[in-house]
Design a binder for this molecule. Structure first.
Ligand code: ADP
Ligand code: MG
Length: 183
């Protein structure tokens, strides 16, 4: 099964709970293999908004890239994300960082995620779970990229307790099972 890396971020509402609920929802369509600590990070792009909490995870999944994007978007909406401005405040943001060593570029989906190299809030947690992962386009490892970004203000606040994640299912969130988008 393909191995994927996702980045999760939130800066509205009960931020830790948003992350845990997202993990529980993602669990419906993937086997989560590692979760980074949670980091508090300064906002990026649009800076006059609350701090974010971020984490990265690795997982294996049967979903092909576009069905994976649609699943994560459906989960974002289900968790209560509302449309705001680009890079604005959000209840939950789920980005696909890597999908094996696939390079994919379409109007809807770009893999690897194009901003990985500039985002400390992605690279610092990702380096905790996958320091030797190699970017398929640049040949750089995550560790190399993480040491090259400005990590000011990126602070680990919580180790992830996998039990806590596992016991917090989202029973109402319907899995995709049987839908044609599934591989
Ligand atoms: P951002 O994550 O850039 O802050 P959004 O979450 O609103 O902003 O995403 C904007 C668009 O980015 C989505 O509609 C989606 O189609 C597109 N997109 C392209 N590549 C990816 C990716 N690798 N992961 C998630 N979304 C992506
Ligand atoms: Mg996004």
């Amino acid at each position: 099964m393909p191995t994927i890396y996702l980045s999760l971020g939130t800066n509205l509402g009960q931020r830790q709970q948003n992350l845990l609920r997202a993990l529980a929802g993602l669990d419906e369509e993937m086997v989560i293999t590692a979760v980074s600590p949670i980091y508090q990070t300064p906002p990026w792009g649009m800076t006059n908004q609350p701090d974010f909490l971020n984490l990265c995870l690795s997982a294996t999944t049967k979903l092909a890239p576009l069905p994976l994007l649609h699943f994560t978007q459906r989960l974002e909406q289900w968790l209560g994300r509302e449309e705001t401005v680009r890079w604005g405040p959000r209840l939950i943001d789920i980005d696909i960082l890597f999908y094996d060593d696939l390079v994919w570029c379409s109007p809807e989906l770009t893999i690897p995620h194009p901003q990985i190299g500039q985002r400390a809030f992605v690279l610092i947690p990702l380096a905790d779970i996958a320091p030797d992962l190699v970017h398929p386009q640049t040949g750089q490892t995550v560790r190399q990229m993480a040491t090259a970004v400005d990590a000011a203000g990126v602070i680990a606040i919580k180790q992830n307790n996998k039990k806590e994640v596992e016991t917090r299912r989202v029973p109402d969130f319907p899995p995709l099972g049987g839908e044609p988008s599934r591989v």
